[in-house]
Design a protein around this ligand. Structure first.
Ligand code: SAM
Length: 216
């Protein structure tokens, strides 16, 4: 069993890729043999690529063609799928051991669909997102993104950018545990912060949840 996984060097927020990947590998005691993993909004596939080293079989879903093409070159063994997660239609297999929903909720016009449907279709659901700091009220601020495929560098949402309050997200999670842990922090992204319930939204300030399965 490989307990000292050497991470694939990522050119996209490497410390953050590493901290979240380590959380998952620790969660499964460094053994992902034959686990089926669906990664939503996979970018170039580095998180899945590291899990594959521990035996997982990876499906990487990405909405931007140029990310998918690069990802396919980096990780040709992944099952790459070009999917817009705003389309309310389940595009994948019926069941996975693990679904990873990292860094994409706040880019969606229809955040509810894949949040709800993914939880039904896996044993372990890993979610993380930036949040609007309110644990009492459901708040959604959705605005169009300026992104076009040719521009590439604008906000990462294909169709919009979206701010959701902690309450909004947690009202849609089943059997969840939240991890406000320093060990998840990486680069500009952090999880160990105290809520003030002041409706603020800050770049890099995030929450992390696991739904279903065993607790840590
Ligand atoms: C902030 S990056 C997160 C990458 C990776 N999941 C991570 O957490 O390190 C957001 C990713 O979601 C993708 N994305 C944005 N909107 C999407 C949509 N509607 N459907 C599918 N992917 C989308 C972007 O192209 C980008 O790869």
């Amino acid at each position: 069993m490989n307990t000292h996984l050497k991470m694939e060097p990522s050119n996209y927020h490497p410390e953050w890729v590493e901290s979240r990947t380590r959380f998952i590998t620790n969660y499964f005691n460094h053994d992902l043999t034959n686990k089926t993993v669906l990664e939503l909004g996979a970018f170039n596939g580095d998180i899945g690529g590291n899990l594959a080293k521990l035996g997982a079989r990876i499906t990487s879903a990405e909405g931007r063609k140029q990310n998918l093409l690069l990802g396919r070159r980096r990780y040709p063994k992944h099952n790459w799928m070009h999917v817009d997660l705003d389309v309310e239609e389940w595009a994948f297999d019926e069941k996975y051991d693990i679904i990873i929903h990292f860094g994409v909720l706040y880019h969606l016009k229809n955040p509810d669909f894949y949040l709800r449907e993914a939880q039904k279709r896996c044993n372990h659901f890993f979610l993380e997102s930036e949040v609007l700091d309110n644990s009492d009220k459901e708040i959604t601020n959705i605005r169009p993104s300026n992104y076009t495929e040719s521009e590439g560098a604008c906000g990462q949402g294909l169709n919009c950018e979206c701010q959701l309050s902690t309450r909004y997200i947690e009202n849609r999670l089943t059997n969840f545990k939240r991890f406000d842990l320093e060990e998840l922090n990486g680069g500009m992204h952090y999880y160990n912060w105290e809520s003030k319930n002041d409706n603020s939204y800050k770049l890099g300030r995030r929450r992390f949840w696991v739904c279903g399965g065993q607790s840590r």
